[in-house]
Each structure stands twice: as structure tokens, then as C-alpha cells.
Write a protein that binds this ligand. Structure first.
Ligand code: PGA
Length: 248
């Protein structure tokens, strides 16, 4: 059985004060979270504070991005070793906002994935299609290409220490969730693609769904065979909304 993981992606939101309140609120509700793993991904500058607040609560900490380089003259970047140093266990790579707003290519995402794993961080690799790609029947091609960039650089066995997040871009922050059937179809495709290379890795790898997941739709999404958790944006910004997913 794969453990369910619910990860909050706070994006560019929060302040010292609001984040303290948020972490404390989530921590207070952790006793009601049965068997699921819970993680939060704050903006970089708040990671050390969140790591301290989360210690001993069962909440794991992740980052939203990472440099593909280890050190040196790369202004503005933060390395995987630094993230590890301040208490991160996870790091999101290839989020659609990085891909679309910051021109991150499949190859860049793959390099970040490798950099994260080299330091023992677990990458949460995001894949997903645009609305026009879904409408033109290209969903599987797009997702396959995004996965292939990582598979060819890191190999299928690397997925034993990674998490995949299927996030249809048209469902992110739009309130338009994929139906459980639509999501399951792509999750099964992803697992099948991995299984063709290594059945035991495919059986183990957690595949999260992301895109307007909330307390009302989480239970039916999480009930699908190949959906092993959620990557949550908007609904991770208040303890009640996030805990409603964690306890769904
Ligand atoms: P959303 O974001 O839950 O606000 O749709 C999900 C994500 O971007 O990871």
C-alpha cells in the first residue's frame, strides 16, 4: 500500500506572522490526520522558521523550487544542499508556474530533479497539460514528454525516491477540478508508463493530483486507485481548508 501524501504549496503568499499562525493551526489538527503524510512548502525565506515550528509535529517541510547548480555565481538561486541544511525533506520541481511564467524547460526541470536527489531531497515532479493540449487530445503526449526528460537523465529507478504530481494546468487555481475519472485516467497512464520500465518502482511511486483540490472534492479524488495524495495551492493557506483535505 502506498502512503497518501498531502502537500501544501504556499506559492508567493504569507508573512512571518500569518505563517506562524498557519503552521500552528495545522499542527493542532495533526492528531486527526490518520496515516497520511503531510508536508508544507513555504516561500524560501520562511523555511527555517517553518522547520522549527514543525519539528515534532509530523509536518514535513519542502521548498517550491531549487537550483540545478550546487554553488557559485548563480545570483538569486538556492541550492539543494541549502534546502537540506534548513530542514527540507521535499522540493517541488517543474511546477507549471515555473514552466510557463519562468520559461523552465523539461530539461531544466530534470536537472533540478537530479540536483535535489543528489542531496537526498525528495523531488515532487510536476507534470500536466494545458487546456488546449487536453482539447486537442495531447494530454498523454505532453505528460509523457515531461516524464521522459527526467527518465532519460535520471533513470526509472530514481523514481523510487521521488513523488510525481499530475497537475492539469487548466485546473490550477481556477476552481475547475479534474473529475476523479479524468485524473485517474492520467494517473494510470503515468503508472503504466513507469511499469513498462520497472514494475516495482511503478507500484511504489506516489502520484499526487493537484488542481483546485479542496475539502469537498478530496475524498472522491483520493479514493481513486492511482491517486496517492494531493498537491494543494489555494486550499493550503488556511488550517481548516488544508486539514479538511488531510482528514478526507
Ligand atoms: P491550486 O494549486 O490547489 O490552487 O489549484 C495547486 C498547485 O498549483 O500546486
Amino acid at each position: 500500500m502506498r502512503q497518501t501524501l498531502v502537500a501544501g504549496n504556499w506559492k508567493l503568499n504569507g508573512s512571518k506572522e500569518s505563517i506562524q499562525t498557519l503552521v500552528k493551526g495545522i499542527a493542532d489538527g495533526m492528531s486527526g490526520v490518520d496515516g497520511k503524510a503531510v508536508a508544507v512548502c513555504p516561500p524560501y525565506v520562511y523555511i527555517p522558521m517553518v522547520s522549527e515550528l514543525a519539528a515534532g509535529t509530523g509536518i514535513a517541510v519542502g521548498a517550491q523550487d531549487v537550483a540545478d547548480q550546487e554553488s557559485g555565481a548563480f545570483t538569486g538561486e538556492v541550492s539543494a544542499a541549502m534546502l537540506k541544511d534548513v530542514g527540507c525533506q521535499y522540493v517541488i520541481v517543474g511546477h507549471s508556474e515555473r514552466r510557463s511564467l519562468y520559461c523552465e524547460k523539461d530539461e531544466d526541470t530534470a536537472a533540478k530533479y537530479v540536483a535535489a536527489q543528489k542531496e537526498g531531497l525528495t523531488p515532487i515532479l510536476c507534470v500536466g497539460e494545458l487546456l488546449e493540449e487536453r482539447e486537442s487530445g495531447d494530454t498523454e503526449n505532453v505528460v509523457a514528454k515531461q516524464l521522459d526528460a527526467v527518465l532519460s537523465l535520471a533513470g526509472v529507478e530514481s523514481l523510487a525516491n521521488a513523488v510525481i504530481a499530475y497537475e492539469p494546468v487548466w485546473a490550477i487555481g481556477t476552481g475547475k477540478t479534474a473529475t476523479p475519472e479524468q485524473a485517474q485516467e492520467v494517473h494510470a497512464f503515468i503508472r503504466g508508463k513507469i511499469a513498462a520500465l520497472d514494475a516495482s518502482v511503478a507500484e511504489k511511486v506516489q502520484i499526487l493530483y493537484g488542481g483546485s483540490m479542496n475539502g469537498s472534492n478530496a475524498a472522491e479524488l483520493l479514493a481513486m486507485e492511482d491517486i496517492d495524495g494531493g498537491l494543494i495551492g489555494g486550499a493550503s493557506l488556511t488550517p481548516d481548508a488544508f486539514l479538511a483535505i488531510c482528514t478526507a
